[in-house]
Design a protein around this ligand. Structure first.
Ligand code: T5A
Length: 221
């Protein structure tokens, strides 16, 4: 059976990385206890940018604060995210899905729409075309948008220390990004908002409830 792609999206500090770890543990426990019957062969956690060896180098260029080299243009930024994605889809996602894995991916195409489309104001039609090329048409089976107030997300990142290049963009940029995720949640089926403001364990319980419903649809005997 083909695997399934579950994507986590959201603004900076929304808690995606934290929640992916909670979901991975819960899924592995569920699999070990055989509650998914004829279900996935395993769980793989990965991310964009940086889910491949080449992607890690692209990630460095994308996220390092722009000191010492000329600043990255918005178009270069867009193309670098697309290159990272093309490599990641072909080398990691497609093989994992073909061998029946459940893949948990920290960010995917919706981030490019939100950050480069709404945030940087690049052409959305062009972004959609680039996303289709980079993904070979692979779309997520479920996207969990961890929805959090922009100030709260940036506050969490500030508490953690030095900000990367994109985290350093102003609050108006991040508000546009948030609006970009909201628009996609309205327009797309299987793009589900999760309240990211309660404690980590409460957010994790919301996610488990949503994913349970999908697992039953996907793997019901
Ligand atoms: N990008 C990416 C684009 O512009 N275009 C694209 O196409 C793609 C794919 C990626 C950057 O690239 C941009 C978006 C990003 O700017 P990244 O380092 O991967 O860079 O950045 P993020 O994905 O935003 O990862 P972060 O680590 O910055 O945020 P997370 O993963 O959402 O948050 P997390 O889990 O690390 O938590 C952040 C802090 O909050 C605390 C955690 O302990 C941590 O300290 N926290 C909570 N605190 C209170 N209550 C909760 N419920 C909490 N959950 C987590």
């Amino acid at each position: 059976m083909r695997g399934k792609l579950i994507v986590f999206e959201g603004i900076e500090g929304s808690g995606k990385t934290t929640q992916i770890q909670y979901l991975r543990q819960w899924l592995e426990h569920t699999l070990v206890n055989g509650r998914l019957g004829n279900g996935p062969t395993g769980v793989i956690v990965t991310r964009q940018p940086g889910g491949t060896t080449m992607g890690q180098q692209i990630r460095q260029v994308l996220l390092q604060p722009s000191t010492g080299m000329e600043s990255l243009t918005s178009t270069s930024e867009l193309l670098l995210y697309a290159a990272d994605r093309a490599q990641h889809v072909e080398r990691i996602l497609l093989p994992a899905l073909e061998t029946g894995h459940l893949v948990l991916c920290d960010r995917y195409t919706a981030s490019t729409v939100a950050y480069q489309g709404y945030g940087r104001k690049l052409d959305l039609g062009l972004i959609n075309t680039l996303n289709t090329i980079a993904t070979q048409g692979l779309t997520s089976d479920l996207t969990l948008w961890i929805k959090l107030d922009v100030k709260q997300g940036l506050g969490r990142m500030a508490a953690r220390g030095q900000a990367d290049r994109i985290e350093q963009a102003g609050i108006e940029f991040h508000r546009r990004v948030h609006a970009g995720f909201a628009a996609q949640a309205q327009q797309q089926e299987g793009f589900i908002a999760v309240d990211g403001s309660p404690t980590e364990t409460v957010v994790a319980e919301q996610i488990q409830a949503i994913v349970s419903t999908y697992l039953q649809q996907w793997y019901a005997p």
